[in-house]
Design a protein around this ligand. Structure first.
Ligand code: AMP
Length: 515
């Protein structure tokens, strides 16, 4: 019999592995499409060997281990080794450039950097210049110097672990779409409490198989996915990357899927996506970017599953979720998770008009990070005097307690002195015939300060004209909210997590009104 683990039963992330290996050694933790399988007992043994390899390189509790590698079972083992050793895991997006990686290495000052073998000629000298003591390599097919080091381990006993819930477990650099990336320091208690809240909220059990296609350098794929599975002793079916056809092929072996909205729109393009293909699934979760209501409805129609949308961020992990039982409202990110508080502040300069229910979202709870790495000033700036974290998102909370996000505070457009919430305009544009999706943003305008501007992506074969689009929304929105220009584009610029990069759009169209 399996049972849902309650929040109070989790003390430290390393307990997940140790207790699961003790109670259920033969249960699978990881399976791969290539037929590889790792039980919880093997996880305990292998991760101890990785930890011992790191110790051979001088890593002790509190040392940073920076990791920029392709997704693999070994990458997961390296993360778990850090958890067990008390080392601070610093995941780096594989898309980051040399210049960015150089900054992360100088900033986090890791004892060891683990990189892809192919990046070694360029990155190793840079890491050495940044003062990193040891550079190891790890390839996607279990090759590289780290693996050699692990093979040579003859004693994999770990030092006695001192459990300090406030000790840092990871430094995750924010995606930096609104400025320079900052290193968010997440404690062991942050990880443990959030995983426990998600096990409870999403009813995870040891019988679950999580189909994993997300990257491991972001909180979604690493913490929301891997940690929740570990805390519930579930199995992870690890795919190297997202591929709609591969997801469809593996759905019958899985029970839960976690994805970003782009995954769901791509899955909807698969003719084979239907009730039969998803009959074994009990839950589809979406997050990291807004899920269109249209995608939610279409997915429900095709599969019978209402996608469960949740809301989180690097600094706080997951804050809110639509309910497992009960109404999953399309367009809402759900209610606060157990133990977490969320409020709307109306006194922020970015908040809406005085009588507007919308404002700046602020969060408090055991999920909220300790601060930015070695940046007390920035940390202080992002918290209110009474200790709430300023998420930088704008939203409202409806009468049922469901949170609705209306956009990033930095994306709010102030045109002619009026606040325009991009989401409101995007919702109207998205509802028009022939429009697949849209993005609304503000750029300098000689008359209005900022001009509301939109780009729209047409449905396949649809012909869209700017004049018709503007005409169609004129009866639906106040005049000051109507975009001054609506440009038809092939696609929206997105980052690896599917977030639309409005900074890229603002830069691309910066001089549109300057003639
Ligand atoms: P990151 O720190 O990269 O995870 O980005 C966090 C940001 O993603 C949040 O502050 C939100 O702006 C956005 N985000 C995450 N989940 C959602 C969601 N379900 N709907 C809308 N925006 C979201």
């Amino acid at each position: 019999m399996t049972s849902v683990i309650t929040r109070t039963s989790v003390v430290d992330p390393a307990d997940w592995i140790e207790s699961a290996a003790c109670d259920q050694p033969d249960r699978s933790f990881i399976k791969t499409p290539a037929g590889r399988e790792l039980t919880y007992a093997a996880l305990l043994d292998h991760s101890a060997r990785y930890a011992a390899a790191l110790m051979r390189r001088g890593v002790v509790s509190g040392d940073r281990v920076a990791v920029q590698v392709d997704k693999s079972t070994e990458a997961v083992l390296l993360y778990i080794a850090c958890l067990r050793l008390g080392a601070v895991f610093v995941p780096i997006n594989v898309a980051n450039t040399l210049n960015e990686v150089d900054f992360f290495l100088r900033d986090s000052a890791p004892r060891v950097a683990v990189i892809r073998p192919a990046d070694c000629p360029v990155l190793e000298p840079s890491a050495t210049r940044a003062g990193v003591a040891h550079v190891e390599t790890l390839g996607e097919n279990a090759e590289g110097s780290l693996i050699e080091l692990v093979r040579r381990v003859d004693d994999s006993s770990l030092p006695a672990r001192r459990v300090d819930p406030n000790a840092p477990a990871a430094i995750v650099y924010t995606s930096g779409t609104t400025g320079r990336s900052k290193g968010a320091v997440l404690s062991r208690a942050n990880l443990a409490s959030n995983a426990a809240a998600l096990v409870e909220a999403w009813q995870f059990t040891a019988d679950d198989v999580l189909l994993h296609t997300l990257p491991l350098f972001h909180i979604h794929g690493l913490f929301a996915a891997i940690n929740t599975a570990l805390a519930a002793r579930s199995c992870v079916l690890l795919l190297a990357k997202f591929d709609a056809a591969a997801v469809l092929e593996h759905l019958p072996q899985a029970t839960v899927y976690m994805g970003v909205p782009t995954h769901y729109t791509r899955l909807l393009h698969e003719p084979g996506l239907n009730r039969e293909a998803s009959a074994c699934m009990r839950l589809f979760v979406s997050g990291s970017a807004p899920l269109l209501s249209e995608t939610h409805r279409e997915f429900l129609r095709r599969t019978g599953h209402a996608i469960l949308e949740r809301y989180g961020m690097t600094e706080t992990l997951i804050n809110t979720s639509n309910p497992y039982h009960g109404l999953r409202k399309p367009g809402s990110v759900g209610t606060r998770l157990p133990g977490i508080e969320i409020r709307v502040a109306h006194d922020s300069p970015a908040a809406g008009e005085q009588d507007d229910a919308r404002g700046a979202l602020e969060v408090k709870g055991p999920n909220v990070f300790a601060g930015y790495w070695q940046d007390a000033e920035k940390t202080q700036h992002e918290f209110t005097p009474d200790g709430w974290f300023k998420t930088g998102d704008l939203g409202r909370i409806d009468d049922d307690g469901y949170v609705h996000i209306v956009g990033r505070a930095k994306d709010l457009v102030i045109s002619g002195g009026y606040n325009v919430y991009p989401k409101e305009v995007e919702t109207e544009l998205d509802a028009l015939a022939g429009v697949s999706e849209s993005a609304v943003f503000g750029i300098p305008h000689p008359d209005f300060g900022e001009g509301v501007t939109a780009v729209v992506v047409p449905e396949p074969a649809a012909e869209l004209s700017e004049a018709d689009l503007i005409h169609s929304i004129q009866s639906r929105l106040a005049r000051y909210k109507i975009p001054k220009r609506i440009l038809v584009v092939e696609e929206l610029p997105r980052n690896a997590m599917g977030k639309v990069q409005k900074n890229v759009l603002r830069a691309a169209y910066a001089s549109l009104y300057q003639q």
